[in-house]
Design a protein around this ligand. Structure first.
Ligand SMILES: Cc1cc2nc3c(=O)[nH]c(=O)nc-3n(C[C@H](O)[C@H](O)[C@H](O)COP(=O)(O)OP(=O)(O)OC[C@H]3O[C@@H](n4cnc5c(N)ncnc54)[C@H](O)[C@@H]3O)c2cc1C
Length: 436
């Protein structure tokens, strides 16, 4: 076996989503010659959280680590190939508003995020908007009254074309020699372990193929917990998104909109060139807890994957959540018919930090997951940190923040979630919502 950190090592990356593609890219760029990436789907994967038209790319976080990395990512979207030439980043600015009625804890997170940006980021394009008049002067398209709201506008931020970014990265990875395997042979069923020492030797795929490797990196996003026991560190949740088809005249009218974002209201994007206006809610995730016969020792929330359930939409409750941002800021669009709505799954860690870490059971198994709703913006750079971890070069603060840490779970009270089985209107295949 080649030493795991050597360029000759065979590396098997399970999952071709944000973590998996970015890691494939950075390992291949460092000269790793034998990188294989598995996914049930031809890449870019229809199951991945990034199978979406747009994602926010901004920098304000309560934790300085993510503020720093988000800045690094913004630079990479602009300057690093293949992202730069493909022009995937749209610098429309990001208008982050604080409604008059947000709970104090949310308001204080907003203030902390601003402080972090001041300390470790670039605030040259941040403008403070102390009241609704300032907000409307900054963004005259806003027609809602927003009484008592305040906010910031960061002209350095914007949004990225999500699915196209993955397509561009897959093309670059293939050019650099990464091998992609899809279908049943690309779908991990279980880890393959040595009989005597329990070391990970590779992965057994759904069709029985045994993929042997010096190193396995598990990057299976919302599916991670159904493949390995994470000892309570993760839970998978559905975020909600809807599309409204605008007329060409409306698309032109709203073209200069920045990304609008408000805690407890959600967020929306400027229309795409096809006139799709996306509204979404992020602070409200749903679970789908099931008993898995393959893993009787742990109960997990498993994605109800829209790629395999194409008639699913959002529940009535979730659509109401998504509409809130438009109802508040652009009420003329707030109740418009939807042309699409979907649950989109990501996995959150108990403290919203990534897990980028060796796994305690084997020196040949690494974990790269827990996107926690904020990772797509880091597609160009997150894999660099995974590669550093594999090579044993992560700085100590990052090693500590991202380590395998079930010992810390009990320090964080679980958040309240609603299970999709108790929600209404999302199922359209003739079966009941409770019958998952
Ligand atoms: C609706 C929504 C909106 C979001 N908005 C933003 C935003 O605006 N900005 C932002 O930065 N982030 C955003 N995020 C978060 C971001 O998209 C995720 O954090 C990130 O994409 C997660 O990456 P991942 O690699 O962990 O998972 P994914 O990208 O989902 O990848 C996991 C991959 O594993 C594959 N897989 C699953 N099971 C198996 C198996 N058995 N064998 C092989 N492969 C398998 C899947 O097919 C998938 O391709 C959003 C997420 C959602 C859901």
């Amino acid at each position: 076996m080649a030493s795991p950190a050597s360029n000759d090592a065979s590396v098997l990356i399970v999952g071709a989503g944000t973590f998996g593609l970015s890691t494939s890219f950075h390992l291949a760029k460092r000269g790793y010659k034998n990188v294989t990436c598995l996914d049930p789907w031809n890449v870019p994967s229809r199951s991945s959280a990034g199978w979406d038209i747009s994602k926010i790319a901004r920098t304000e976080y309560a934790n300085p680590i993510y503020t720093r990395i988000a800045h690094e990512s913004l630079d990479a979207w602009r300057d690093l190939e293949p992202f730069a030439s493909a022009k995937l980043f749209h610098q429309t600015g990001w208008l982050y508003m604080k409604p008059h009625d947000v709970p104090p804890a949310v308001a204080s997170r907003f203030e902390t995020a601003l402080q972090q940006t001041k300390l470790v980021g670039d605030i040259s394009q941040v403008e403070y908007l102390p009241d609704e008049n300032a907000i409307k002067i900054k963004c005259p398209l806003i027609s809602g009254d927003l009484n008592g709201w305040s906010g910031i506008f960061n002209g350095n931020a914007g949004w990225v074309e999500a699915k196209r970014s993955m397509e561009v990265l897959v093309e670059e990875c293939s050019r650099l020699g990464v091998r992609f395997i899809s279908g049943p042979a690309g779908t991990m069923k279980s880890l393959l372990r040595g009989e005597h020492d329990n070391e990970v030797l590779g992965v057994v795929a759904q069709d029985g193929t045994e993929h042997l490797a010096d190193l396995v990196i598990l990057a299976t996003g919302a599916w991670s917990e159904s493949l390995l026991n994470f000892e309570g560190q993760l839970f998978s949740g559905a975020y909600n998104l809807c599309h409204i088809q605008l007329t060409p005249e409306e698309a032109e009218k709203y073209a200069s909109l920045p990304v609008l974002n408000a805690p407890t209201r959600g967020y929306c994007f400027p229309p795409t060139k096809d006139g799709i206006f996306k509204i979404a809610s992020l602070g409200y995730t749903n679970t789908n807890y099931v008993d898995l016969p393959a893993h009787p020792q742990f109960r997990v929330s498993v994605p109800r994957d829209r790629a395999f359930n194409p008639t699913d939409t959002l529940s009535e409750e979730s659509i109401a959540e998504c509409r809130k941002i438009a109802q508040a800021c652009l009420p003329e669009l707030g109740d418009r018919d939807l042309c699409y709505s979907a649950m989109c799954w990501d996995t959150e860690s108990f403290d919203f930090n990534w897990i980028i870490s060796p796994h305690p059971s084997s020196t040949r198994l690494f974990i790269a997951t827990a996107g926690s709703g904020h990772t797509f913006k880091n597609l160009p750079v997150v894999g660099k940190y995974v590669a550093d971890c594999v090579e044993g070069n992560l700085p100590s603060d990052l090693r500590e923040a991202w380590r395998w840490r079930p010992d810390r779970v009990r320090d964080f009270p679980p958040l309240e979630r609603v299970d999709i089985k108790s929600m209404h209107g999302w199922r359209h295949d003739g079966k009941s919502e409770t019958d998952v």
